[in-house]
Design a protein around this ligand. Structure first.
Ligand SMILES: [Zn+2]
Length: 182
């Protein structure tokens, strides 16, 4: 089964940056409330699928490595970065939550075990989102990327993805400010 088990914590901040950017753009371009909800959810899910796939190029070993200083340090950084996103972009909370919607899988999993939900398949939400028209093709292509999840230096790739999204956020923000001045 194709899941991103184990990587979701490290990637949360990258998903959140994408979610904040999506909400800001949707609010700028879509006026009707129903349209906004639709685009927030659809684009949030689409960004999630792409970022999860790109995670093949980033460091996130499937098993916790609590003895490993780098693993611990990187996780502390990821938690701080995630909290910083939630604080700085609290105005875009809806977009950020939509961008991590498929990760409800990781909340449902223990719940399903406790409640004995035999019918719930592990990773079902991720599998559903990856199968959506349009996303399935992108996912199929990105699944061919090499798997570097066990290489610590690949954590730099996560920082590069996050920085590119941040750059996009700030670059388009200037455009919005200049539009406002006009
Ligand atoms: Zn995920």
């Amino acid at each position: 089964m194709k899941t991103d088990q184990g990587g979701h914590l490290i990637q949360a901040y990258t998903h959140f940056i994408a979610g904040a950017l999506i909400q800001r753009e949707v609010e700028k371009r879509v006026k009707r409330p129903f349209g906004r909800v639709f685009f927030l959810v659809f684009l949030g899910i689409a960004s999630h699928v792409v970022i999860d796939d790109l995670a093949r190029l980033t460091y996130h070993p499937p098993q916790a490595m609590k003895e490993d200083l780098f693993w611990v340090g990187y996780h502390i950084f990821a938690v701080v970065a995630t909290l910083a996103c939630l604080i700085v972009w609290r105005r875009y909370l809806a977009g950020m939550l939509c961008a991590v919607l498929p990760d409800l899988d990781w909340i449902i999993r223990p719940l399903a075990r406790v409640l004995g939900w035999e019918w719930w398949k592990e990773g079902a939400l991720h599998a559903f989102c990856r199968g959506l028209p349009g996303l399935a093709q992108i996912d199929g292509l990105l699944q061919k990327l090499p798997n570097w999840t066990g290489i610590p230096a690949a954590s730099l790739n996560e920082l590069i993805f996050a920085s590119l999204l941040m750059f996009l956020y700030w670059a388009t923000r200037e455009e919005m400010v200049s539009e406002g001045i006009k």
